[in-house]
Ligand binder design. Structure first.
Ligand code: M6R
Length: 608
């Protein structure tokens, strides 16, 4: 939430900041702004609305000249999206400009204190207290000042700070909000995420909590809160810059849907060796695995939905009890965790605040944490006891698709891995599962070729007021994801229900023309789903069914049928989700909505 970029070097900074912000807009898009060190001192330009408005205001970057600056794209927390609440914020005298990602929890107290000291606040934001506090404590050394500020503020922050006294250097600091440093030749950067700087450098530092960085064009110094210099290791980004660009597609979401066969293959294939699952970096001992009493899966949103699939799959393969918990609830539910509990946390960004907090609580209680993460070097990846990376590549669209799909595959692999290590699975069965995993990319490719049919179905129902997704067992788990996908990008009210549960109340909402998407791929429950379809049809529903190839009898009941290739039942969710993603995409597209940046949302939810 919120994107930060900063630059010092020899190039004109404003176009660079705008370019960097365009790669971070997925993190928030309520407003945008820049502060540039010009020949007249610090100058700020900011505006409510999308980055394009700021870009026009700045003549594409020509309007503010300078070689150092900071920029921000906002997802509003404190104060509505407005010009005044946009970042950067200036201190009272204009000597300091600040951009911030995170939440200052004690900002009211600090605001009262600073007001008593004579500071006037212009905005409703929590960030403005930082700008004034920096000015209040400044005695000539900006690093000392930042340390004093850190000691006063509570909450989470990644900050970029310009000081008018220092025309050739600026500082940044982070605590619980992500921030990286990009190392160039005669130029250096800060950013909330790698894509913002990737066209300029592949060499980065991942800042740890409470590290302060001072950047000039030729030097980067990192300090701890005791002002001791810290030696950092350089991480070289190895992914292709085009991975974070649209590459000819109209939307990132569509590109990312189409990338799924490749993303799954990259996640799975290197981990299959000689007919077994090999997780090289995982350090779970045999002793530990044998003694696991319970597995928790903790995550948010779509990653939580992966957990719901995970419960079925892990329990089926290992018979270890699995509990799935929404991360924002986990630590308030007095969870039962001990050293024999494996806590699997799932996150694309690796920086979701609730998931991080849940992971820390699990550790505090003595659990062992195992993270399934996409963003390399992210907070969750760094803090978990073990990490299994999903090699989806950068995911930019707010609505996740390829990250969800690779997370599913990571869960399948984890289940197989545990079953195999504990000798719970017969070699023939293991071979069959592995074959199913290897075949998935091709099957998904086939499903994607069928997109025209899904676009046609979407064209008939994109004006619906309400859509229900029904399924049983694993299909129910995927229904949750289908429903979230639709509501977040099309703004159509939607609910996912375990099909058997519908008649316990919700069926009252089914009326003439209500669209019901019925997932019917669990063989043993197919007939029961047919009955559920009949029940909603009898009340006027229009039914779009998803069924396995060959189950043509469903055509007598449903209005439309989308077939998915036959596969091993436990990996079927990977197929079923694809038509649901495409359906949501086309509905949103037909409604003319902003698919990649849906209203009120942001890609990385770094606040609780
Ligand atoms: O980065 P994470 O995987 O931790 O994010 C979790 C959720 O915020 C995320 O899956 C969200 O629900 C997506 N917008 C769904 O498309």
């Amino acid at each position: 939430m919120c994107g930060i970029v900063g630059y010092v070097g020899k190039q004109q900074v404003t176009p660079l900041l705008l370019e960097g912000l365009s790669k971070l807009e997925y993190r928030g898009y309520d407003s945008a702004g820049v502060a540039v060190m010009t020949e007249h001192g610090i100058e700020v330009k900011k505006s409510k609305g999308r980055l394009s408005i700021l870009s026009d205001m700045l003549d594409g970057g020509d309007a503010l000249k300078g070689n150092m600056g900071i920029g921000h794209t906002r997802w509003a927390t404190h104060g509505e999206p407005s010009d005044t609440n946009s970042h950067p914020h200036l201190s009272q005298s204009g000597k300091f400009a600040v951009v911030h990602n995170g939440i200052i929890e004690n900002y009211m107290k600090l605001r009262t204190y600073l007001t008593q000291k004579g500071f006037t606040f212009l905005s409703e934001t929590d960030t403005e207290v930082i700008a004034h506090l920096v000015e209040y404590y400044y005695e000539g050394d900006i690093v000392d000042t930042v340390i004093k500020v850190m000691n006063k503020v509570e909450g989470s922050y990644a900050l970029g700070i310009l000081c008018a006294d220092q025309p050739d250097s600026f500082v940044a600091v982070r605590k619980e909000s992500p921030l990286i440093v990009g190392l160039g030749e005669g130029e250096n950067f800060i950013a909330s995420d790698i894509p913002a700087i990737l066209s300029h450098t592949r060499k980065v530092y991942f800042l740890e909590n409470n590290e302060i960085v001072m950047l000039t064009a030729d030097q980067v110094k990192v300090f701890n809160p005791d002002k001791e210099e810290v030696t950092k290791s350089v991480y070289t980004v190895d992914w292709d810059i085009h991975a974070a660009e649209k590459g000819g597609y109209e939307h990132f979401m569509f590109k990312e849907i189409m990338e799924q066969p490749r993303a799954i293959a990259d996640t799975v294939k290197p981990r299959i060796k000689d007919g077994t699952i090999v997780l090289d970096d995982i350090s779970l001992s045999d002793e530990y695995l044998k003694n696991i009493q319970k597995i928790y899966i903790v995550a948010c949103g779509s990653a939580y939905h992966v957990g719901v699939v995970g419960k079925y799959v892990i329990e089926e393969m290992t018979r270890i009890p699995v509990e799935v918990s929404v991360a924002s609830e986990f630590r308030y539910a007095n969870p039962i965790v001990n050293e024999r509990t494996l806590v699997v946390v799932i996150s694309q960004s690796g920086e979701t605040a609730d998931t991080i907090a849940a992971m820390r609580e699990a550790k505090r209680l003595g659990g062992r944490t195992f993270a399934i993460v996409n963003a390399v070097g992210s907070a969750i990846a760094r803090e978990a006891d073990d990490v299994l990376y999903t090699w989806a590549g950068p995911e930019i669209a707010v609505a996740t698709t390829k990250a969800y799909s690779t997370q599913l595959n990571a869960i399948y692999m984890l289940s197989l891995y545990v079953a195999q290590r504990l000798s719970l699975i017969e070699p023939v069965k293991l071979a069959a599962y592995i074959k199913a995993l290897e075949e998935l990319p091709e099957k998904i490719e086939k499903l994607l070729e069928n997109k025209g049919e899904i676009q046609y179905i979407a064209s008939k129902y994109y004006n619906s007021k309400s859509v229900f997704f029904l399924g049983r067992s694993l299909d129910y788990a995927v229904a949750l994801e289908g429903s979230l996908k639709l509501k977040e990008i099309s703004y159509i009210h939607s609910e996912a229900y375990a099909a058997g549960e519908l008649k316990h109340g919700t069926i009252a909402l089914i009326e003439e023309g209500t669209v019901v998407v019925a997932l019917c791929t669990v063989k043993s429950l197919f007939d029961k789903m047919l009955s559920n379809i009949k029940e909603v049809k009898a009340r006027g529903a229009v039914v779009i069914a998803i069924a396995e190839e060959g189950h043509t009898e469903i055509e007598h009941e449903a209005d439309h049928v989308i077939y998915v290739p036959k596969s091993n039942p436990l990996v079927m969710p990977s197929e079923v989700v694809v038509p649901l993603q495409l359906f949501s995409y086309y509905v949103s597209s037909l409604k003319g909505l902003d698919i990649d940046k849906p209203r009120n949302l942001a890609k990385s939810v770094t606040v609780e």
